[in-house]
Design a protein around this ligand. Sequence first.
Ligand code: ZN
Length: 431
Amino acid sequence: MSENQVMERLVQLIEHGTSPYHVTADVERQFREAGYTRLFMGRPWELERGGRYYVTVHDSSLMAFSIEGQVGRTAGFRIAAAHTDFPGLRLKQKPELLRNGYAQLNVEVYGGAILNTWLDRPLSAAGRVALRGKDVLHPVTRLVDLKSPLFVIPNLAIHLNREINKGVELNRQKELLPVAGLWGEEMKEGYFRKILAEELAVEGADILDYEIGLYNCDRPEYVGRGEAGPYLSAPRIDNLSGVQAIVSGMLEGGGEGICVGAFFDHEEIGSRTKQGAGSQLLSLVLEKIAAGLGAGRTEYLDALWESMLLSVDVGHAYHPNYPEKMDLTNQSPLNHGLCIKEACAQTYATDSRAVAVIQQICMEEGIPFTKYFNRSDGTSGGTLGAIASTMVPVPTVDAGIPLLAMHSARELMGTEDERALAGLLGAYYRL
Ligand code: ZN
């Protein structure tokens, strides 16, 4: 894969991946186009050496795997994992508010968004809609992306709050309600359901429920001189940079063993959900892979001890305006390569033996990397690696690209870092 392709693929995923469902659908598309075969959780798997497969789970998580080379019956799993979700605003049911000539929507906050960054931006909506079906136990679900900018959350003018530049705490129920770009006849009770029904070409009464988020319509933009770089300013870089690096790494083809790409929803709200990394999902899939290859439970358990997990998520880049927020000796400026994240509290799951594997790959392949630590008097949040490795106890490393403005509606990354990360994933799966 050429260096340009790495960034082109990421930009495409950011543009297509406007909800965790759409991220999953785009990842699925990439595997399908590469010849991967779809499997289903509730059916038996008959797997072949040399085979490549994927399974989607609850529409917003996906596991892909390839069975490469001369796999022994107890060959280990080489796993990389990332998350499909990102912080933002989610629509409640019955969301319409009509107030003094304005149509608005009722929203709640998903994950740890920097709320102020959602003001004054063109927003659209995307997600999953559940429809009435013939079979009560199997409702029909459809994805929807309204695509065009339809909503905006306007700031308050400085003239009406002279203290605004001293910092504003936004009330989540009062001050984050977007105004919808509707006028006249369109502004009726139930207008949002009507928009959805038109978009999906169904009857409004058949829409039973949905999980729909507002997303920032801003397009990804390269920042800097030249065509592509040195920076990319875009929504959703956390964690689509990780998702795409894993997909690209897998599509390059594996070496000996079973290569697994695990994409989980719900990391931004703690992972402890049925399709999150805190569920049994990964271990269930690994066990089904072993069974599909004709291995028994004991062989599966033995194979776990030959396995490894690379948890791919963004880290905090060195911020030149806030050097006091950074560790004294371990810093990760943009465009210095991927970062390997360590914390003795195990909020990053990294252990030295697993780092040694990743570090040797980087050194042999000439891939730039830094090691990242938090300040000893600061905190940073954890990753899904720390949670997944309690469910599947294998050596684990937390790594990813460093990022500025993490959880802003628009984040900033270095293009060289994504190239380094994609290079690492390719080499990791080739081992
Ligand atoms: Zn993340």
